[in-house]
Write a protein that binds this ligand. Sequence first.
Ligand SMILES: Cc1cc2nc3c(=O)[nH]c(=O)nc-3n(C[C@H](O)[C@H](O)[C@H](O)COP(=O)(O)OP(=O)(O)OC[C@H]3O[C@@H](n4cnc5c(N)ncnc54)[C@H](O)[C@@H]3O)c2cc1C
Length: 389
Amino acid sequence: MYDFIIVGGGITGSALAYELAKKNSKVLLLEKDAISDNATRYSYGGLAYWSGITPINRQLCREGIEIHRNLSDELGSDTEFRELDLILYIPRETNPETVLKNYNKFEIEPKFLSVQEACEIEPLLNPDAISGVLKLPHGHINTEKTNQAYLNAFCRLGGKIQYEQVTQFIEKEQTIIGIETLENKYYAYKVIICAGGLTRSLLKQIGINIKIYFSNAQVIVTKPTDIKLKTLVMPAILKRLEIENKVTQAENENRWINPNTDILDGICEAGAIQFIDNHLCLGQISQFITDPYQKVDLIKSEEEIRQEIGQILPALKDIPGRLHQCLVAFSNNTQPLVGKIEEWTGLYTFSGFTSTLVFAPPLARHFGNWLIEGNDSIITQLEPIQSYK
Ligand SMILES: Cc1cc2nc3c(=O)[nH]c(=O)nc-3n(C[C@H](O)[C@H](O)[C@H](O)COP(=O)(O)OP(=O)(O)OC[C@H]3O[C@@H](n4cnc5c(N)ncnc54)[C@H](O)[C@@H]3O)c2cc1C
């Protein structure tokens, strides 16, 4: 019998597993893929610690960046953490002042740079496509290495990982007492779902719906290149966030409860980051399709991303690479789904974050306190997780 079973070994599951093992709990982590093929692997790896708006978010941003600055030492493997500039480009036809106004709510306000100043900092930018940029201090990690560093440290603390797909919950009178995989049954006092974009469909196995959503993201991962991108480049106006808000309105809830393969909405937004080994991540398409298993047209998506990248960072357009798709979980307000699922005993979720990479490490620490010591100043302020049939 385990104290905790964690389902999902992306950044959320691995950070939480590590924090719980650090507190001497007996933890089993179940991950379906021995070679990861998830949102964590294909992420840009940006740490938006400037983006706190509410007092809770601001505290988590400060704690998050501090943890990341020391994480390689703590976990005993290199996460490739570094501080770098985030460049948010403003399209040529847009007035920079209107965009800048949307950023004054954040804890750290961006600096506006003219086209010429922007191109001095990031020479790969196309000066004809922008009316300026916003510059912010940002952190960066290699998410695959950070994920693995957490898993290795977890195992060193006595944690156990099984590469098996969870297919069902073992239930007794509204209490979850374990889970079933394709091969085995495992029992625990508490089961915590960290399955990212598959969290909703997994919980549906026992008739539970919770308000967690996902986008189908597509990104090109290139081979290492001699071309040097100095900053993390993204759009200043993220239309994806508007679409997330729209597709999670009450009138669409039924589509999430009864998934299908229709594309509710979608957007391609040029963004790019280069990793320390010189490979690039070029993105990104975000499509909103309620069936999590829908496959996309890889060739068409790759063409679309290259077209958008060609406008903003022309030198990167044709670097050889491969398109990947993955699911990215999000909630329909800025609150993560961290806590016990109401009306059930023994069942918890840890998912649906905004700025997941900066929030997951501190939230894992707070959630660990709450699960083991029964109290935590942050977790007690989060909204309860409502389930409905
Ligand atoms: C292109 C791109 C760029 C991004 N850039 C940033 C960024 O700069 N900054 C930022 O903060 N965020 C960014 N994100 C988002 C961030 O990467 C994700 O939010 C985060 O990695 C999600 O972690 P996760 O653990 O919730 O999910 P995942 O990494 O998807 O992990 C979930 C895991 O659960 C496993 N699983 C699911 N179902 C089961 C089952 N039944 N049994 C066993 N295992 C199961 C899956 O195999 C998977 O490994 C980006 C995402 C993308 C795609």
